[in-house]
Design a protein around this ligand. Structure first.
Ligand code: CUA
Length: 173
């Protein structure tokens, strides 16, 4: 069977495109520090979050030198903390967010970064973020999963406090 030269070129081009698309999709899924949220954050009973040693009093907890854990409860239609008052973290720190939901599935996105997870009732999502210098504006927080009538208004902020101004009273909000 004789394949015309132009047809061979088009076949090769189409093949290259397919390989190229698979490569970009693969890179988007696992490259550039992207990883899926797994179940290592553990589970909680969404009905008794108030009795939980951390989610009962959500906020920032120091776990080591320059290492912090931030516990956040997402609920219709606020992040606690984050919405009423900003989440406060010290500058130049490594912060692990533990995020869960009290009611329905929410999203938790640190705007302008690739820190982004779902907040699912019963499940604790953990994501670790390295914060640099203190920023005047901090970071925005967004809910990116439709969670009800005021989903579009569910937002918050993170304040990066200079280490010299950081003190224990800021730790738990
Ligand atoms: Cu919470 Cu959308």
């Amino acid at each position: 069977m004789d394949i015309h030269r132009y047809e061979k070129i088009w076949l090769a081009g189409a093949l290259l495109l397919i390989v190229g698309f698979i490569a970009t999709v693969s890179y988007g899924a696992v490259g550039a520090g992207i990883e899926m949220v797994n179940d290592e954050g553990g589970q909680v009973d969404p009905a008794s979050l108030d009795d939980h040693p951390r989610f009962g009093e959500p906020g920032t907890y120091q776990s080591g030198p320059n290492e912090y854990d931030v516990y956040v409860v997402a609920q219709q239609f606020a992040f606690v903390p984050g919405t009423q008052e900003p989440i406060r973290v010290p500058a130049n720190s490594r912060v692990t967010f533990h995020v869960t939901s009290r009611d329905v599935t929410h999203g938790f996105e640190v705007v302008g970064t690739n820190a982004n997870t779902m907040a699912i009732p019963g499940q604790v999502a953990t994501i670790t973020v390295e914060f640099g210098d203190a920023t005047e504006d901090g970071y925005g927080l967004l809910c990116h999963e439709y969670c009800g009538a005021a989903h579009h208004a569910m937002e918050g902020s993170i304040e990066v406090v200079p280490q010299s101004e950081w003190n224990e009273s800021m730790a738990v909000n």
